[in-house]
Design a protein around this ligand. Structure first.
Ligand SMILES: NC(=O)c1ccc[n+]([C@@H]2O[C@H](COP(=O)([O-])OP(=O)(O)OC[C@H]3O[C@@H](n4cnc5c(N)ncnc54)[C@H](O)[C@@H]3O)[C@@H](O)[C@H]2O)c1
Length: 296
């Protein structure tokens, strides 16, 4: 797909961050939009921003939904086609983050993140695929993460969902290539991008004293690692779609971690453990009081 002008794109997670930036960038190129999120206020703000920043008017429809709800996603896909006449692109972008040890993580938190980050992507892909094929020129864009290429401690739930999105999308791309059906797929692996994800992430209490000093400090430190802005990320994603790339990396941090995992596919883990130990709170070494009687 070389041009987005006159096309129709469906975007999940469009109330904030990269989803909003994608919506704005596509609108500027004359692409009509079907935007979904669980946050209705954020969606309306995205729509207002589009109206105030777009030269040529595009059609924008909004849908409040939870991407982990399969029926809601199927209904939304059908509504997009009813409203816009066709859909050419789906960006399965909505996502959340979770920080916890494997031992301490609640099943409810794991189900929450898998429901959104993995099932949300599966629901969006399967619900829209028949319509993308019918459009004759379609593209599925699924957002994984650099943590879909590289694992780290305290992120098992996030890592699991993002590795799963990568496997799912790479397999899909190969099927679409074999079918030569006019639809393609791209998997996106952003590094740290300045968005709201850190504020909305769940950090389990079991991380305090293990890998972090306090929740507040961890969020602040995490945000320092977000080196790319969302508009730049959207630009890189859309360039990747134009070039029909299989994999899109965003940010020099993503390129660095990808290279590390390629050069040291298993041994990189030892480096991560070493770095984590240096950054983790120092475990208090027991102090034994001595007095003259005990001292030999
Ligand atoms: N920001 C980063 O550093 C970074 C890095 C790698 C990958 N990612 C991925 O990029 C994607 C976009 O995240 P972002 O950084 O723009 O974060 P963000 O928090 O700014 O945006 C995520 C959006 O998803 C929505 N959302 C969350 N749960 C939902 C649900 N159940 N149903 C519908 N909408 C829901 C939120 O309301 C929010 O508007 C996510 O998949 C995230 O995992 C982000």
């Amino acid at each position: 797909m070389k041009s987005f002008n006159g096309r129709v794109a469906a975007i999940t997670g469009a109330a904030s961050g990269m989803g909003r930036a994608l919506a704005l960038a596509l609108a500027r190129e004359g692409c009509h939009l079907a935007l979904a999120d669980k946050n209705s206020l954020g969606l309306e703000q995205t729509q207002t921003l589009i109206k105030s920043s777009t030269l040529s008017p595009v059609m924008v429809t909004l849908q409040v939904l939870d991407v982990s709800d399969r029926q809601a996603m199927e209904d939304w896909a059908a509504r997009c086609v009813a409203d816009h006449g066709q859909v050419n692109l789906v960006f399965n972008n909505a996502g959340v983050a979770l920080s916890s040890t494997v031992e301490g993580v609640d099943y409810a938190d794991l189900e929450w993140i898998v429901g959104i980050n993995f099932w949300g992507v599966v629901h969006g892909t399967k619900a829209f695929l028949p319509y993308l094929k019918a459009s004759g020129d379609g593209h599925v864009v699924n957002t994984s993460s650099v943590f879909g290429l590289f694992a780290q401690p305290g992120m098992s739930g996030y890592n699991a969902t993002k590795f799963a999105v990568r496997g799912f999308t790479e397999s899909l791309r190969q099927e679409l290539d074999l079918q030569r059906c006019g639809v393609s797929a791209t998997c996106v692996h952003p590094g740290g991008i300045r968005t709201d994800i850190c504020r909305s992430s769940r950090i389990d209490a079991n991380m305090t004293g293990f890998l972090i000093h306090s929740e507040q400090q961890a969020r602040a430190n995490f945000e320092k690692l977000f080196i790319t802005d969302a508009d730049q990320a959207a630009k890189v994603i859309l360039q990747g779609v134009r070039k029909n790339k299989r994999r899109v990396l965003i940010g020099r941090d993503a390129y660095f971690l990808d290279l590390l995992a390629r050069c040291l596919p298993a041994a990189y883990q030892a480096l991560v453990v070493f770095a984590s130990k240096r950054m983790a709170p120092k475990h208090r070494t027991p102090v034994f009081e001595t007095n003259d009687e005990t001292r030999l």
